[in-house]
Design a protein around this ligand. Sequence first.
Ligand code: SF4
Ligand code: SF4
Length: 651
Amino acid sequence: MKFWLGQWKHPRYKTAGIIHVLVFAGFILLASRAFGLILGISDHLVLPDRLGRAYDIVRDYATTVVFCCMVFAAIRRIVFRPARYAVPRKFGKGHPADAIFLLALIAILMLADSLYAASKAAFLAQQNQPTEFLALLSLPWVFKYLLSTASLTSLQDLHLGAYFAHDVTFFFLLCYRPFGIQFHVETSLFTVFFAKLDRGTVKPVRWGVPDTQLDQVNSFGVKTFEDFTWKHILDFYSCADCGRCSDNCPANAAGRPLSPRFLTIKARDYAFQHFPVFAKSHNSQSLVGNIYSEDEVWSCTTCGACEEECPLLVEYIDKIVDLRRGLIDQGNVPQSLQKPLKALESRGNPYGKMEKKRADWAKAKDFQQLCDVKLLDGKVTADTLYFVDSITSYDDRIQSIGRATARILSDIDDNFGILGSQEKDSGHEVRRFGEELLFMALRDQNIQAIKASGARRIVTADPHALNALKRDYKDLPPVEHISQTIAREVRRGNIRFSKVEDSSKVYAYHDPCYLGRHNQIYDDPRSVIDAIPGLSRVEMRRCKDRSFCCGGGGLMLFYEPKEDERMGVKRVRMAAEAGANVIVTACPFCMVNIEDAIKVAGLEGKMSVIDLAELVDQQMVRHEPATVSSQHPQRIAHREWTLEPTTVRGG
Ligand code: SF4
Ligand code: SF4
């Protein structure tokens, strides 16, 4: 009701959105009139007297508005063509003529409808008979005025002509619809109804086949067109070719060979060619290498911007993951990813580092003096488990996020610990890369270790780990991101901040895709930043659910697709445009990408990046020695704390 009838997402693009809402509402309103004309019955038979007259007024205006929208939309398509309608040569041909033809057909319908009513009213008026009321300044009203001097025979001919023109156009449109983008009006009802609600998850390899029986599945993923699910094929027919998905796709913006819109259009064209209505269907060929390129399939960061934007809720991540599963099943793994995947298999991390070194970040001497992080091995237990994940455990720069997180947790409640060598990579990227069996192995080891730790809640500073534990794993204690923990403690007055000394610093918060779009956590990090006195924060042009991916998702740290400009560099430029000189993020992958991008963009010294946990750790007011516990002078007394439920779409 909300997304189809309510057209919820359309106004995200103001001009096109308003036109679409008006035309759609006009269609709904005009439906009973259209059926009245088809059945050859008068309007007064359709609705009772008063209601009928009210409907006539609304109908006259609806006809007028829809006609004006068609004219405006045609001018927009032909003259002021928005950039998102363009079809780059590498993606094939667009279908602009189809769009214009459909606009023309709808305009003819509106004209015929108006002329039908106007000629009748003009005829009756000339004979001094009572006429039906035509709404002031509406199209039928204008036509009646123009026809006031026409002969009675011409009016009769026009009335009959308009009736037939309406019905012929209407039936032609009905028959033509399945061959053009207009088909989305019908199919979108089902696409929206069957849309996936729990975004952030990845579809199983085969619906209805449990993990334990995956060894009986002969072929993984999508290799040919027929391997797509019926829902995904329905998506192909429902796409309105509006270009909103690609307009927001960071891979497309960076010049990678991927545009979600064309992922759909190419598949739809393929379906029309290979499964024609009036001829035999062709044998299906491998999609990658035929309509898709390998680079296209690997270019996606699974950021979710396309799905967030699509007014028809067309899905992309599942399709891309399924295409990747198909490639992996054929042994088609990009060279640069072979080593990290092997290392994940043997060592549980993509760097190939020793398991016993996983907790070394917490053993730095100066850090350990302040914060003693427990290793939860089953004998030692704690209420809270800090799930660190691979990048924070092993990357020298990112370890600082781990230490900041541990210090914050320690200040809130020292009853926390980590899994150390028992922790494996969360497998989040591995799964989205298409390596389902490896993901399952990592997941099972982690679930076992987490259950053995006895923890009652899990906190992580890595949105990818958050998403994996929350959505890809099952039966775990509640999980939250450290930004949620901090925001709650700030609200409760348990965390206070010192004033920012450097007034020249202007901060901009970058929403990580797996914290924002996939888990709807937008406000907590912002409320934490805004709680720091004297801190000045600006919003980037693309923020919250329209945030622009830094380029780090989907094992992208190990894979460099062809691109014109790095996504991270684009993001850093957006921060500079907003007037910021410090980017705050809340994801270790964003930190790596943005830090790197600052150097590539030549903004070293002018722009810096800091993780939210580091910022909080830096500005947090530590408690006075008078209130300290004897063991850890900077800690406050042990306090019980609980996770607050967060609103997660579909979760
Ligand atoms: S998930 Fe992100 S990168 Fe992938 S196609 Fe969609 S918008 Fe582009
Ligand atoms: S998938 Fe959705 S957003 Fe993309 S072109 Fe089609 S209808 Fe528009």
